[in-house]
Design a protein around this ligand. Structure first.
Ligand code: FE
Length: 174
């Protein structure tokens, strides 16, 4: 199953630097809910989120839109560090759980902490899927599937737009 998910193109692609604006999406001071240290759960209306989030982040996090495959900044990115929620700053994934997937979206086999994310069943578009939401702001992140690699067998299929990557040289390379 794992091999079926590996894309030749993604395996051979060299690590690319994220676009400059990617690092600070949602963290430019106009979003008072963004914090990488405060883990208090947020209960913020969509009307309020719309005022403080970049439109691209709002569309995915709050209206469950999906970025087009192979267009996001992280699907073939191999930097060493941590991925935070672009809406609220919650730490979500580490690069050591990221794997090359041919699906066109950044893919991880486990969350940074069990409660970093939460799950809801999603039966839209005639499919039975499990939605992954941020554990702090409940923003939509993507979906989770059972065709990931060991040790979990899970594939967190995420949208790059709702992730903020921060390099962390203290984390080991895979
Ligand atoms: Fe969040």
């Amino acid at each position: 199953m794992f091999l079926a998910c590996i894309g030749v193109a993604s395996c051979q692609t060299q690590p690319a630097a994220p676009k400059a604006e990617a690092k600070l999406v949602g963290a430019k001071g106009q979003n008072p809910y963004y914090s990488r240290t405060d883990t208090t759960k947020l209960h913020v209306s969509n009307a309020e989120w719309k005022k403080v989030l970049p439109e691209s982040v709002y569309l995915i996090a709050r209206t469950k839109s999906t970025e087009r495959a192979f267009t996001g900044k992280y699907w073939d990115f191999e930097g060493i560090g941590t991925y935070f929620c672009a809406a609220c700053g919650n730490a979500l994934f580490r690069s050591d759980s990221k794997f090359a997937s041919s699906c066109g979206w950044p893919s991880f086999f486990e969350a940074l902490r069990p409660n970093a994310v939460k799950y809801e069943s999603d039966n839209t578009y005639g499919m039975v899927r499990t939605e992954v939401l941020c554990g702090r702001c409940e923003g939509h992140l993507g979906h989770i599937f059972d065709d990931g690699p060991e040790p979990t067998g899970k594939r967190f299929c995420m949208n790059s737009i709702v992730l903020d990557f921060e390099p962390d040289p203290t984390l080991k390379s895979k």
